[in-house]
Design a protein around this ligand. Structure first.
Ligand SMILES: [Zn+2]
Length: 248
């Protein structure tokens, strides 16, 4: 099992209310936003390897089935021109084979290439993936996505709160938000927050935050103590959340 480090990234000027801009959207072009991502919680102690089928990859419009907040009649669906590419999510399992990872990444990048340019990208990961022979898979994935879509595109990431925020992931994402509950009871709420933050900043014209800081907090907890129902993690989140939700 990977050690359960809790990393937090500080993003300044992250959440801004942009309601006043929505009225003017009817006369503007809607932002074009891609969706991509891979997610698994890997146990490197398991002798089993995870293959491509385990990710049950959704491609194209079927990606929307993963997100109740992006159904056809939802507000967020109407606020952008969406380009769902490939989103694969596996149940927790062993290390991902390099072949599976490369296959899924290659398909994702091809779809991103075919439909670019974009204004934004929703990067949907879990943040705890291990791949044979590859350090920091999520950092590798977002870097390769950047190479295709360019540095100007606003990327908003959602992930699990125990996921690893590497320096490379922090560098390439513009916005990031994590589940606030362990177990993952607020996964959908967190993904919705990532999407809403992204659209708000595109609509308002604020775009990328002016500053961001990457501050690893070296806390090591045994897995069974990371639950936010228990005191240590619960108290930590109670202290952290009021700060995180401050308006930028
Ligand atoms: Zn998890």
């Amino acid at each position: 099992m990977k050690p359960f480090y809790i990393y937090f990234i500080l993003l300044l000027a992250l959440i801004t209310s942009c309601k006043e801009d929505q009225n003017t959207n009817s006369i503007k072009d809607l932002p074009k936003i891609a969706i991509a991502g891979l997610g698994i919680e890997s146990s490197t102690f398991s002798p089993a390897l995870t293959t491509e089928e385990a990710f049950h990859a959704k491609v194209g419009d079927s990606v929307f089935t993963r997100y109740p907040f992006l159904q056809p009649d939802s507000l967020n669906r109407k606020r952008a021109k969406w380009v769902p590419t490939l989103v694969g999510k596996s149940l927790p399992g062993g290390t991902v084979t390099r072949e599976a990872y490369e296959l899924l990444v290659t398909k994702s990048l091809k779809l991103l290439e075919e439909n670019k340019p974009y204004d934004g990208l929703f990067f949907d990961i879990h943040g705890a993936m291990s791949v044979v022979g590859l350090d920091d898979p999520e950092g590798d994935l977002i870097m390769r996505i950047r190479e295709v879509i360019g540095d100007d595109v606003l990327i908003s990431t959602s992930m699990d709160l125990h996921g690893n925020v590497s320096e490379r992931l922090a560098k390439h994402t513009d916005l990031i938000t994590a589940y606030r509950m362990a177990p993952h009871e607020d996964a959908i709420e967190s993904k919705k927050r990532a999407v809403t933050n992204l659209i708000d900043r595109l609509e308002s014209g604020k775009g990328k935050p002016a500053f961001k800081a990457w501050v690893p907090v070296p806390i090591l907890l045994p897995g069974e103590k990371t639950s936010t129902r228990l005191n240590l993690a619960k108290v930590f989140m109670q202290k952290y959340l009021p700060w995180q939700t401050k308006k930028g």
